[in-house]
Design a protein around this ligand. Sequence first.
Ligand code: PEP
Ligand code: MG
Length: 321
Amino acid sequence: RAAELAVFRDRPARTRDGTEVTLMLNVGLAFEIDQLTRTGAEGIGLYRTEIAALAAARVPGVAAQAAEYRRVLQRADGKRVVFRTLDLGADKLLPGEADDQVENPAMGWRSLRVGLDRPAILRKQLRALLMGAAGLDLSVMFPMVATVAEFRAARDLLEAEAARLDEMPNRIEIGTMLEVPSLLFQLPGLLAEADFVSLGTNDLMQFLFAADRGTPKLAGRYDVLSAPVLELIEGLAAACAEEEVGFSICGESAGRPLDALVFAAIGVDTLSMSGASILPVKALFAEADLAALRPVLRELRRAGAAGSSLREPLTAWAREH
Ligand code: PEP
Ligand code: MG
């Protein structure tokens, strides 16, 4: 099976009827960049910078962070890397932080909220990113953004840090995760200011359906492959295309081959996933015909408008074809 999949490494992710999708990697440590060559992924769509902090049990200093980010960019060898700023809190706690536990940590003081309220840590990270990317291209993405005002505040910190440095990246792109539902209702403002957005299905699903992402009993109750969620994603992809803002999906769902195929069918052109998913997604794409899937999907979405999962009939369709 591994040998059968290996042939896809050097091929693009292309469906039988010719739709190509850009596949990127989700990683969290510099050594994982090797997966780029092993999978043929086109870049890093989500670099989770908090993983290094969790591994070290503290946020590394500016020089250590800058060195890490530079190493990552050098290993990526010109391929795009999207660095997400620290997304700590909730299920990703540093030692000593557990005392602050509140009843709803996922909706608590976490992630960018901490970054904006205690800007010293975020500013140091942004400085390290700018230093690490000197002379190269830099993409920075903010997590858990709930309002355009928060996005702006974070971007202003990046610009303030950039103004203090002599050596700059060649090009800076600034984007945001789309994982808090309130941001979905501020799209015109957001798309006027962000260079790219990346939909995080893990958090977005938990907040949309008020269903904790770590509770197995809830896992089968709500599905990305359902009429309301597909409607949302299709609309987002179209709105971003219209405004020429890059759109991708980087939650776990993007790495499930069937989900990835359905996303391609509704107009999503970039997906970011774990290294183990890249070749299986390419393999399914190579056998799939989106022109045949679209009418089936349309019918299933109409019939499943009440919100039930479309996974079973879609799986059956995929097996048959
Ligand atoms: C997400 O929420 O979908 C996401 C990609 O981020 P994380 O899983 O790191 O919260
Ligand atoms: Mg998230």
